[in-house]
Design a protein around this ligand. Structure first.
Ligand code: ADP
Ligand code: F6P
Length: 333
């Protein structure tokens, strides 16, 4: 799919939940564009700011001292109006009014759907995957996941210290919307006794209770259960488990702290490369694309194809996580 006119001005926005590394991506888009002689505009607060015409000129200095910062300097929003055909038409009209020939949208699947609609209305768009949830099917990496999973891992280690001291069961709920990637990675990284994923949960709480009782008999002093947000109800689960086992059980919901903080090296580097590539793709004359990381390469892909793809938890990774925590002594090789 090629762009329909010469690109003189590129806009960039961040949309959906913020993610550490988004600033590195914005910086890369702006500086790559400027280096290619393009006028760069920043749109504040996602599609909501686009509809309200909160549009600013971006210079190299605007993005200075931002690569190490969490959040997004352009801010972000969820915008209901953009889901309607009227909102989408108005957003395309605003782009034309401000001479924005092309738009880089940094966000998740929902944000990409908005970019797809704008592209259908003649605005050249490229999506850059930005979400802590890692739930974008076309890409093995999404901006922010690495920082968020490290933040969650460190927090869970801390909960584990106190859980062991008090010989408690701890249920720790991590974000991820309907996806279990953060939970699975924490399950492996924190050596959790149980990991509950929306993709795998069989709703058999008795199995968890039996596992806690077995582990206690073996002398384990803690029991860490990582519960994905997509399952939720951690407080109620804690009450039921305490009643069934007689062991003090606490729930900790990590919440939005997982979305903040200084981005890791990986998030800064991958986001920088993806941001630069988004500009290159537009200047190659392509539109309706998304940038992905697959098999060790940064590539671009058709947005319709990308949005139609499905992704799920690896059976092997889940099985490894399970086997390292359950009855391992019964299965010697
Ligand atoms: P994410 O981009 O992280 O998946 P959301 O699903 O909240 O986050 O989407 C971000 C924004 O993208 C929404 O608030 C809305 O403005 C826009 N969006 C989401 N879905 C669509 C859609 N189907 N059509 C047009 N715009 C959409
Ligand atoms: O998509 C990122 C995410 O943090 C999800 O993990 C979570 O479900 C959601 O956003 C929370 O959104 P909000 O900040 O709007 O409550």
């Amino acid at each position: 799919m090629t762009a329909n006119k010469e690109i003189k001005t590129i806009g960039v926005l961040t949309s959906g939940g913020d993610a550490p590394g988004m600033n590195a991506a914005i910086r890369a888009v702006v500086r790559r564009g400027l280096s290619r002689g393009i006028n760069m505009k920043g749109i504040k607060k996602g599609y909501s700011g686009l509809l309200n015409e909160e549009i600013i000129d971006m210079t190299a200095v605007n993005v200075s001292d931002t690569i190490q910062k969490g959040g997004t300097i352009l801010q972000t929003a969820r915008c209901t109006e953009m889901r309607t055909p009227e909102g989408q038409q108005r957003a395309a009209d605003v782009c034309r009014k401000h001479d924005i020939d092309a738009l880089v949208v940094i966000g998740g699947d929902g944000s990409f759907a908005g970019a797809q609609k704008l592209a259908n209305l003649g605005i050249n768009t490229v999506g850059v995957p930005g979400t802590i949830d890692l739930d974008i099917a076309c890409s093995e990496y999404t901006i922010g996941f690495d920082t968020a999973v490290n933040t969650a891992m460190e927090a869970i280690d801390k909960v584990r210290d106190t859980s062991t001291s008090h010989e408690r069961v701890s249920i720790i709920e991590v974000m991820g919307r309907n996806a279990g990637y953060l939970a699975l990675w924490c399950g492996i990284a924190n050596g959790a006794e149980d990991v509950l994923l929306p993709e795998k949960y069989d709703y058999d709480e008795q199995k968890i209770i039996n596992n806690i009782i077995d582990n206690r008999k073996k002398g384990k002093k803690h029991h860490i259960i990582i519960n994905a947000e997509g399952i939720g109800h951690s407080e109620a689960m804690a009450k039921r488990i305490e009643a069934a086992t007689g062991i003090e059980t606490r729930a900790t919901i990590l919440g939005h702290m997982q979305r903040g903080g200084t981005p890791t090296c990986k998030d800064r580097v991958y986001a920088s490369i993806m941001g630069a590539k988004a500009v290159d793709v537009l200047l190659e004359g392509k539109t309706k694309r998304v940038i992905c990381y697959r098999d060790g390469e940064y590539i671009d892909m058709d947005i319709n194809e990308a949005l139609a793809m499905k992704k799920t938890i690896s059976e092997y990774q889940f099985e490894v996580s399970y086997s390292l925590s359950h009855n391992y002594s019964k299965n010697p090789r």
